[in-house]
Every structure is written in C-alpha cells, then in structure tokens.
Ligand binder design. Structure first.
Ligand SMILES: C[S@@+](CC[C@H](N)C(=O)[O-])C[C@H]1O[C@@H](n2cnc3c(N)ncnc32)[C@H](O)[C@@H]1O
Length: 258
C-alpha cells in the first residue's frame, strides 16, 4: 500500500462532487492528448489515478478503449454513474479496477498510459513515484507512449506547505444537497532540500441537518523534481519525445523503446 493510506478522496462521497464542480474542471490536457495521438486510430489506453473520469470519459467518447485504476470507491462510484449515461457501446470499452497502484499489478499491452492531473502528488515518496513510472513502462507495448503531466515545485516548497499551524488548504465547498465541506491542513514537518512535506489533514463534513463530523488523516507529499522525472523516464527505457518544462509544470511525452 502507498505511504498515504487514506486521502481526502476516500473520506466522503461528497468530495467527488467538489472535485468535479470546483477543483478540476479544465480539460486542456485532454486536448493536448487528442492532438498528440491524432491519426493513430483506436487506442488501448490505461489511466492509473483515473478519479471521476475527467480525462477518461472524453477519450472514451472519441472511440478509444480504456482501463482506469483508482482506489477511491467514492470517485469510482461517481465515474460508474457517469458511465451509465454514455451509450452502451462506449461503456463496453471501459474497464475500471479498484485498487492501490502501488500494490496492484498493472494490466499490459497498452498504446498509451495517461498520468495526468498531478497524479504523482498522490504518492508520498520518490520511490513510489518511480515505481509508477516503472509500472507504466511495463504496461506499454513497445512503441507505446506515456503522457506525464505534473507540477514540480522546483525551488522552495509552496508557502502553504511551510506555514505553521492549522489553516484552510482549500476553499470550503457547498454541495447540491447543502452539505458543506471544509478542508484544513496542519504541517507536521517539511524538508525542503528533500522536497518532502508531512501534514495532518482535517476534512469536516457538515450535513444540512447541522450534524458534523471531522475526519483527520496524515498525508506525505513529494513534488517530483524535473531531474527526478527525467531520470525515472530514462531508467525505465521511456525516451522523451516531447517535453514542455515551465517554471511550474512539466509535461512529457515519452515512448517505450522497442
Ligand atoms: C487528483 S485526482 C486525479 C483524477 C484524474 N486523473 C484527473 O486528472 O482528473 C487523484 C486520484 O488518485 C487516486 N489515488 C490516490 N492515491 C492512489 C493510489 N495509491 N492508488 C490508486 N489511486 C490513487 C485518488 O483516489 C483520486 O481519485
């Protein structure tokens, strides 16, 4: 199991609603994937950390075959609900696997593995992150591609990760049924040179009847550096064919050697 045994995605099914409505609604990365893979026909695509299907669903609707892996029952539940509304023919091209990407054997023979949406941030150590790059390489057919898209937080760690005390780390969110979600974080320690941050997270769920519950759990973060991502790709025989490295973000297209 990954060092982060619980994440906020597991806390309550309302979190998936907040994710879809507020946090991650951009689909620029889907357009980047469409553009890069254009003209290559129907692809067999694997998306570890598929969440509620922000990337998976539009590509499924383009006609591709998809396997998604995620460990959050709530997020996969929301994705299943969305899949129940797409045409049966498209639904048949999607397979969902519930499990931890660190312990699960990943399926193989894919044309494309998508690791978008900052998914490496879900893993708390460089070892786990490299393990995922190795698994992605093993899941690809020779000549298949990996899409890796991540903030790298090169230099100082983000200010909120260095701030002492308990503070909001995301805006509170009000769900359609009136449930209110509050997200707080309290730094336990950080080590900027090693790019590690450990915090206690508090997620408070207040129901419309006023009853409230706070769930707390520990999370470790490791923003991967540009050098780490490049070295993992190279160590696992994934040749970079396109790289877009900005001061905040790194996006790589890498091809598995034959
Ligand atoms: C930020 S969401 C990203 C979802 C999607 N890739 C996107 O870009 O919209 C991260 C997802 O990773 C999943 N996740 C985190 N750690 C995981 C692990 N160790 N194994 C499998 N899934 C994990 C969470 O449950 C959550 O659905």
């Amino acid at each position: 199991m990954s060092i982060n045994k619980v994440s906020m995605y597991d806390v309550d099914s309302h979190i998936a609603e907040a994710y879809d409505s507020d946090w991650e609604t951009d689909t620029d990365d889907v357009e980047v994937i469409r553009e890069f893979m254009a003209g290559q026909g129907t692809l067999r695509i694997l998306e570890p950390f598929c969440g509620t299907g922000r990337i998976l669903l539009p590509l499924l609707e383009d006609g591709h075959e998809f396997v998604g892996i995620d460990r959050s029952q709530a997020f996969l539940g929301r994705l299943r609900e969305k899949l129940s509304r797409v045409p049966v023919e498209a639904r048949r091209r999607a397979t969902l696997i519930e499990g931890d990407v660190i312990t699960l054997p990943w399926p193989t023979r894919f044309d494309l593995v998508v690791m978008g949406g900052n998914c490496l941030y879900e893993l708390g150590t460089p070892e786990e992150q490299e393990h995922c790059i190795a698994s992605a390489a093993a899941s690809l057919k020779p000549g298949g591609h990996l899409f890796l898209d991540n903030d790298h937080m090169e230099g100082e760690l983000a200010e909120t990760w260095r701030r002492p005390g308990r503070h909001d780390h995301l805006e509170p969110f009000t769900c359609e049924d009136g449930t209110v979600l509050k997200f707080e974080s309290e730094t336990i320690w950080y080590d900027a040179p090693r790019r590690l941050h450990r915090s206690r997270r508090y997620t408070t769920v207040t129901r419309p009847d006023g009853s409230s519950q706070t769930i707390d759990f520990i999370v470790q973060k490791h923003p991967p550096s540009l050098a780490e991502m490049r070295s993992w790709l190279s160590a696992h025989r994934l040749g970079v064919v396109l790289a877009d490295e900005t001061p905040e973000r790194a996006t790589y297209w890498a091809r598995r050697d034959c």
